[in-house]
Ligand binder design. Structure first.
Ligand code: PMP
Ligand code: GLN
Length: 382
């Protein structure tokens, strides 16, 4: 018998539902990824860099040109002045960034506060570091942070708090006031902040993303994580980054150099080139995805699902209480896939203690118009 280090972990819901979608031929609105390609100029650049021989290890911390582009971007967007050599590290997707940030500072017996519903990779990374997650529920309706609950969860063992805004799965946004509250509550404590900002460019209706990078007091103790996969429609490239003050970056790099050593060289070259040539790409992203959100929500208005249009990410939550209140969300997701040909994500899987009465599914709208129309037709027929 193997003594598992992760006895409570199975295959992720994203893998499970995507596999089921393939097996059943269902439209896949479950796992979050676009069903369209990245920008042609970005894709073409990869081929050119491969042919030109950029095929050996990149520097451990990431290609300098890409780190410089990241630093320039965060200065332009958030007014943050970060040293691309000492504060930016390119990682194998945000997943590796999160793993390394946790392992850099979480020690055996430490506690890490996470807000439920929370992304699935946080807790296993904490457990493997010898720590323990303390789960704080977000508001059941608006997924906002109740700072009193956070205060109640703090203990002398709290070593880290993990934020995620725009939030997967709800799309909720943390505000500047939230960040000020957090800064005040942890000011005198030895607590690090891990800020998962992979959907930083996917905010709608003119809202602004409140980045930790724009909050000097919090940034001094933070790891800020993002993903080129989301931003450039290339999730399979698994390329992301962490920005952290020099001393924290140095600790993170000690872990990163043995987890992955370095990212994929021609992909980093292509991203650096594309970012330099097309700074407008990120400026256009909110409108690009807002149009998809509006199309999809407009089509779903004729269904028996109820929802409020998401404010961020490429996920839309829908309530199915008027359709099958008898089914748990996991059973509803299975029923929808098998009987109606649309795969979704049940959000109870993002909770340590799900609300038994919650009837919510997550739908990914990072899809071509044709896919969204086909999915909406199926969902409206139920
Ligand atoms: N954090 C969140 C909130 C996510 O939704 C994802 C999804 N992929 C990740 C991290 C991981 O990103 P990556 O694919 O770049 O590893
Ligand atoms: N982040 C993606 C989602 O939330 C999934 C990525 C993965 O499958 N690991 O759907």
């Amino acid at each position: 018998m193997i003594r598992s280090k992760l006895p409570n972990v199975g295959t992720t819901i994203f893998t499970t539902m995507s596999e089921l979608a393939v097996q059943t031929g269902a439209l896949n609105l479950s796992q979050g990824f676009p069903d369209f390609n990245g920008p042609p100029a970005l894709l073409d650049a990869v081929g050119r860099y491969v042919a030109a021989g950029h095929n050996q290890y990149s520097p451990m911390t990431g290609l300098p040109a890409l780190r410089q582009q990241v630093a320039a971007k965060v200065e332009r967007l958030y007014g943050a002045q970060v040293d691309s050599d000492r504060e930016v590290t390119i990682t194998h997707g945000a997943t590796e960034a999160i793993f390394c940030a946790i392992h850099a500072v979480v020690q055996a017996g430490d506690e890490v506060i996470v807000f439920d519903p929370c992304y699935d990779s946080y807790e296993p990374s904490v457990v493997l570091a010898g720590g323990r997650c303390v789960h704080v529920q977000l508001g059941a309706d608006d997924f906002s942070i109740d700072w009193q609950r956070f205060l109640d969860a703090l203990s002398p063992r709290t070593r880290m708090v993990i934020l995620n805004s725009p939030h997967n799965p709800s799309g909720a946004l943390i505000t500047r006031q939230d960040l000020d509250q957090l800064a005040r509550l942890i000011a005198d404590r030895d607590i690090y902040v891990l800020s998962d900002e992979v959907y930083e460019h996917l905010v709608y209706d003119g809202a602004c993303h409140a980045s930790i990078l724009a909050h000097a007091q919090l940034y001094a103790r933070a790891f800020v994580v993002s993903s080129f996969g989301k931003t450039y429609h290339v999730t399979g490239w698994k390329t992301g980054y962490v920005i952290a003050p020099p001393m924290l970056s140095a600790e993170l790099r000690k872990v990163h150099q043995y987890v992955n050593f370095c990212g994929v060289t021609p992909l980093q070259c292509a991203l650096a080139h594309y970012m330099a040539e097309h700074p407008e790409h990120i400026d256009e992203l909110p409108a690009f995805y807002q149009a998809k959100r509006d199309l999809f929500c407009g089509l779903l208005a004729d269904s028996r699902f109820t929802f409020t249009c998401t404010t961020g990410t490429y996920f839309q939550l829908v309530d199915y209480s008027q359709i099958r209140p008898d089914l748990s969300d996991v059973d509803m997701a299975l029923w929808l896939t098998h009987q109606h040909g649309v795969a979704t994500i049940p959000i109870s899987t993002f909770y340590q203690q799900p609300f038994p009465e919650q009837r919510l599914l997550r739908l990914c709208f990072a899809k071509r118009e044709e896919t969204l129309r086909q999915a909406a037709e199926k969902l409206c027929a139920i």
